[in-house]
Design a protein around this ligand. Sequence first.
Ligand code: BGC
Length: 350
Amino acid sequence: MAQRAWRLLVAALLSAAWLTGCGQEPAKRGDGSVRIGVTLYDQYDTFLTELMDCFNGYVDARKAEGVDIVTVRQDAAGSQSLQDDEVAEMIENGCDVICVNLVDRTAPTTIIDMARKNDVPIIFFNRELVEEDLMQWDSLYYVGADAFQSGVLQGEMATEYCKAHPETDRNGDGSIQYVVLEGEAGHQDSIIRTEYSVDTMIQKGILLDKVGYAIANWNRVQARSKMEQLIDSSESEIELVLANNDDMAMGAIEAYEGREIPRENWPVIFGIDGTEVGLQAVISGKMAGTVYNDKDGQAQAMEALAYALASGKSLQYLDLPESVTLEDNKYIRLPYKKVDRETAEEILSK
Ligand code: BGC
């Protein structure tokens, strides 16, 4: 609680620092420069940190082409009302477009109303609002991925693994004792990934026996402690861990390492994201596989869309990754892909 209050305070101070432009007059809209605001639900989220690094790379490339582009980044520190205030400040300070990673994906109305009133387009990303909300105004967009696909791909990888390695069923009872480490309750990716990875395995003929689950909010530390509890409380040994993201898969690995359980007695562990640590864990064999959540493609699409909207360019010829389109003039979704050791090496070497 104390830590959360502290983070809110830091975020509020950073907000205030930007409001005063750190001593500079805020630029007015129409001064020739392009101003893009970004607000994150939590700046400590590993996946989003990596996505933002990619985004900054695309912005720098555009600057190198001579475009006068300024970005402003805020952290909502898990508070929707703080995020609403941040968006209000960004609008007041002349942002031409704002990229919003909603804290509460069911509560975008304040932001939408402000944006519409001031005619500032919004690109929501990663945390998907419902379609009816996105349809409230023409200049609202979403950049992300298809949660359903990530669940199916994780389920397929786990199925392929179990079939190729019958020893996964360590107690030989014919079914796989498994646990799921879930992201935030209410996040589209937690709900859908959990459902479809398990369903895919069942459909493909794997007998599954659920011995537990835990909500660990995408977080490595929480996942480690929840996993330790699951290890201690499960009557049967856990043979498979399906984690909704790599950070939680890493938490599971840490739990087994911390308990000094020999590697041959570990369950098979799968993640989703392909973060740097996740890819390293696949290469080292601690994680059996992950599903790449294309942070680079999402960052490229978001930057291209933001730049086009801010500079009044046509959205018809956006510089998007191959085979990706702006659907219904609203959605850009990047495909997921399965990551084994070889693919992990390829991604890391790029
Ligand atoms: C990612 C998670 C991340 C979450 C944040 C998901 O798409 O897989 O790693 O924590 O988004 O919203």
